[in-house]
Design a protein around this ligand. Structure first.
Ligand code: PLP
Length: 438
């Protein structure tokens, strides 16, 4: 058992949390790559201090280059649902690597992987593999536009769908360098009336409605059943496609994703993260007649040198096979129950303004005084309070997302002892925050 939050594997410091090697490395990488990160999510801009550099990750633990050990709840932002480096997935990838990492031509693992995805996700009859969630979303939107001959996309305030232009041009996601597109419209999550208004105002122009059925970037928000069913009906009635971006929720909130949990079938589904077993992946799929609009059958273009490469397919097949074991999702549910059952009484006793929200093993600890149901609610989250909480946890061996509004994840590798240890650290962090008047 590793000691949490101390220099356990290298006994270089007598006591306390120290990260001089990470500090040095973060300064060095910042000279070479913007902000010292290859993806802004990883930056500690919101929580302060330098990033932690990791040497290794295994099971529920991550090991930094200074010798500190952390119980990890970031899960690589979703993919590590079995914990880090699951043996079966690693072995399958190593074998495929030995046979050639990329062919740029069909191979049999693509058949097995496509069958596994089609069996798992209720609305998918045909699937195409790509290399990231961003690519899956970008391609699914293009396909929806190709099928409907319409250009407008309705997304939801605060929704995150990766970094393609269409979804970064909404008001709440807008970033410099993105062409302002009049074709990206926004509605309010869990508010069907706001979607109806967009359909009315843009009659005959909507290609698709895209949403994370369980948003994970404005805290974790459960959709109402009526909302998802209402979206399904609105899209059908208006000849628009319903796209579920299940890049995060796919194989996470259940083996069949959110569409299986809520029994609502989208026209197209985007997948990624868990699906690749830790290797870069994205996928999109749906009804056969829709998917067959893609080249080389139809005329909607999308391609990729590395798409469906054997190593990723092998990792994905091993991952999906492990996830189909009957105890996986009940265990994830049990561990997340244990975490919330441990945290809730502490929050109540200390009368903290903290909301615990989850769907399956996707969860958020949000510093605000009311439940979060949409983007506007998420603006109430106290980022400074979260930053203090995050830093306390980090210094005591628990790694949470370095962002107050992003989903954390429980993994199958978390043991009841891991969860108990995490509850104890959180309890002390809450007490410290309470003493400081948060
Ligand atoms: N869609 C959702 C819901 C996501 O959470 C993410 C990533 O966090 C993406 C799309 C983009 O995926 P990727 O980072 O693999 O491009």
């Amino acid at each position: 058992m590793h000691q949490i939050g101390r220099n356990s594997s290298r006994d270089k410091y007598s006591s306390g949390f120290r990260t001089p090697m990470s500090e040095r490395a973060s300064k060095e990488l910042a000279l070479l790559t913007p902000g010292g990160v290859n993806s802004p999510f990883r930056s500690f801009k919101e929580v302060g201090g330098h990033t932690i550099f990791f040497a290794r990750a295994e099971g529920s633990r991550m090991f930094d280059i200074d010798g500190n050990t952390y119980i990890d709840f970031v899960g690589a932002w979703g993919p590590a649902i079995l914990g880090h480096a699951p043996a079966g997935v690693v072995r399958a990838c190593q074998k495929a690597l030995g046979e050639g990492p990329v062919f740029g031509a069909p191979h049999e693992l693509e058949i097995e992987m496509a069958k596994a995805v089609i069996n798992a996700i209720p609305s998918i009859e045909r699937v195409r593999f790509v290399n990231s969630g961003t690519e899956a979303v970008m391609s699914a939107i293009r396909l929806a536009r190709g099928i409907t001959n319409n250009l407008d996309v309705i997304m939801f305030e605060g929704g995150y769908h990766g970094h393609s232009d269409s979804t970064l041009s909404s008001k709440t996601q807008y970033r410099a360098g993105v062409p302002m597109q009049e074709h990206t419209l926004e509605a309010i999550f869990n508010d069907l009336e706001s979607v109806e208004r967009q359909f009315r105002a843009n009659k005959g122009r909507i290609a698709c409605v895209i949403l994370e059925p369980v948003p994970g970037s404005m805290g974790v928000i459960a959709p109402t059943q009526e909302f998802l069913e209402g979206l399904r009906k609105l899209c059908t009635d208006n000849g628009a496609l319903l796209i579920f971006d299940e890049v995060l929720t796919g194989f996470r909130v259940g083996y069949g994703g959110a569409q299986d949990l809520y029994k609502v079938k989208p026209d197209l589904t985007c997948l990624g993260k868990v699906l690749g077993g830790g290797l870069p992946i994205g996928a999109y799929g749906g009804r056969a007649n829709f998917m067959d609009q893609l080249e080389p059958v139809g005329d909607v273009y999308q391609a990729g040198t590395f798409s469906g490469n054997p190593v990723t397919m092998a990792g994905g097949i091993a991952m999906l096979s492990a996830l189909s074991e009957p105890d996986v999702y009940p265990t994830l549910e049990e561990r997340t129950d244990q975490l919330f059952d441990g945290l809730a009484p502490v929050i109540k006793k200390l009368r903290l303004n903290v909301q615990l929200q989850r769907v399956g093993s996707m969860f958020a600890i949000m510093f605000c005084d009311r439940p979060v149901r949409n983007y506007k609610d998420s603006l109430m989250i106290d980022k400074d309070a979260y930053a203090n909480f995050f830093r306390y946890l980090l210094e005591h061996g628990v790694y949470m997302p370095p962002s107050a509004t992003d989903a954390a994840c429980v993994s199958y590798a978390h043991t009841p002892d891991d969860i108990d240890a995490t509850i104890k650290v959180c309890e002390r962090a809450f007490a410290a925050l309470s003493a400081a008047g948060v």
